[in-house]
Write a protein that binds this ligand. Structure first.
Ligand code: GAP
Length: 460
């Protein structure tokens, strides 16, 4: 595979320069691994989430939506196994004052001492590994006592299980059906890092799909395929996306089988999304701990069972990072280097830029009129400042797929040029036809021009 021009440093710099993502609390010196999304970052992340909702809700009949609370009853986390088992083995170096995950150093069992850490010197003094719970703890109410301890959810999934009964009773759902939600999750990660790849506060897009037990394997395979295709349809290059099944020693405490969709980030192949067969673990556990029956009963046949659960669990921030990495490109136009984000048009923060060639002769007024028309249907920007070449570059850098240029001919015949970010083709088009043409292009199948995309390539 040819080397990619993108590096994490280039991407971080673009994100800050163009207002996608800023390091958080910078005026106070920053806070480690916390990030704020700026204007274009918000638009891009919203588009990713909207496409996820679309695939889950609009394009299917068997998934419904939920938005559950971040703080749930603390017994939730006893039942889910997070209180006892959501831990990472932690090791400190007393000399360097650095902290590591023991499993990253090749010593997974608590109490085992790894031999080395990156950058180790002769006088390094490592502690033994000890299990560290990743849940953020806080208290409810003004007095912190034993009964007031609660946790910020480390996954959105549990809110779905707690509501399972509501969907059976009030929405009259019967398996197979899914409940989807997008929301913030919190993990006190020992080693956050690599920009927004691993942070302590992040957004998840999770769906729990409840199925008759005998159908679990079929639905597991169905969701593996659906989720892979979702990324490909949105333009991720197929040779940068792969499926990897977890080995038995990697499985989470709740999982019967998990496969990760992995993306080839500049830091190597890493998990983008996990698809798990959770069996009946969660519903059974919540049933035991709450004393409530969490099962499906067929009122006609009398059949009853605890559904099994297939879970595609994605990270919105990590998906944003993958889409940006995949889109980042550099080329040379008329002897000038440009940075361009070749984002799928549906994901691009701004769909159309309207640019008057000069700030005179009535061109700005026509550009304003076109802008007012187009913004009814698309996220648009009007940019009249600076040389036209510079304005194109600014839009290329944030991934705007099309630019409409108003010139002297526009004043004569009500036509404009429509410039394509990737092919650089400029077509003359009537203003009256502009919005429909942009809509048509927006809905057309799209492939990344950055590399060969082959949807039929086998997943590995
Ligand atoms: N409910 C299952 C679950 O939470 P997970 O693999 O721990 O599974 C799912 O998380 C996805 O959430 C990951 O594939 C990743 O995209 C995202 N994610 C998890 N931890 C994250 C973190 N610390 N920072 C950013 N994204 C994270």
């Amino acid at each position: 595979m040819p080397a990619d021009v993108v590096t994490m440093d280039k991407l971080v710099s673009l994100c800050k320069r163009r207002g996608f993502v800023f390091p958080s609390s910078e005026i106070y010196g920053g806070i480690s691994s916390s990030y704020d999304y700026g204007h274009y970052g918000v638009l891009l992340k919203n588009n990713i989430k909207a496409q996820w909702w679309r695939a889950m809700l609009q394009e299917r009949d068997d998934v419904v939506a939920l938005d559950s609370a971040i703080i749930q009853h603390p017994r939730t986390w006893e039942a889910s196994g997070h209180l006892a088992g959501f831990t990472d083995p932690l090791i400190d170096c007393r000399t360097c004052k650095l902290r590591f995950r023991a499993d990253h150093l090749g010593a997974s069992a608590c109490g085992r001492r790894p031999s080395r850490h990156p950058g180790e010197t002769a006088d390094c003094d490592l502690t033994e590994a000890r299990e560290f719970n990743l849940m953020f703890q806080t208290t409810i109410g003004p007095v912190a006592d034993e009964g007031s301890t609660v946790y910020l959810r480390p996954e959105t999934a549990q809110g779905i299980f707690l509501n399972f009964r509501n969907y059976l009773q009030f929405s009259r759902r019967r398996p197979p059906f899914g409940i989807a939600q997008i929301g913030k999750s919190f993990r006190n990660e020992i080693t956050p890092g690599n920009f927004i790849f691993r942070t302590r506060e992040f957004e998840q897009m999770e769906m729990e799909f409840f199925v008759p037990p005998a159908e679990a394997q079929r639905w597991f395979e169905h969701w593996l395929e659906q989720r892979r295709n979702w990324y490909l349809r949105l333009g991720l290059r197929a040779d940068h996306l792969r499926l990897r099944a977890h080995g038995p020693d990697e499985l989470s405490h709740y999982s019967r089988a998990t496969s990760d969709l992995e993306y080839l980030f500049p830091i190597g192949w890493q998990e983008l999304e996990g698809i798990a067969n959770r069996g009946d673990f969660d519903l059974t556990q919540h049933s035991r701990h709450s004393g409530q029956r969490l099962e499906y009963v067929d009122t006609v046949s009398g059949e009853r069972y605890v559904p099994h659960v297939i879970e595609p669990a994605a990270g919105a921030d990590r998906a944003l990072l993958a889409f940006m990495v995949d889109a980042y490109d550099e080329d040379v136009i008329d002897g000038e280097r440009r940075t361009v984000l070749r984002l799928h048009p549906l994901l691009a923060p701004v769909k159309v830029a309207v640019l008057p060639l000069v700030r005179k002769d009535g061109q700005p007024e026509v550009a304003e009129r076109i802008h007012a028309q187009l913004r009814e249907r698309f996220q648009t920007e009007l940019d009249a400042s600076g040389a036209i070449g510079r304005r194109y570059r600014r839009q290329d850098e944030i991934g705007t797929p099309w630019a409409v240029t108003v010139d002297h001919q526009t004043l004569e015949d009500e036509t404009v040029t429509l410039r394509d970010r990737d092919s650089l083709a400029q077509e003359r088009i009537a203003i009256a036809a502009l919005a429909d043409e942009i809509e048509r292009r927006l809905r057309a199948p799209w492939r990344s021009p950055k590399g060969a995309v082959d949807d039929s390539s086998p997943s590995t």
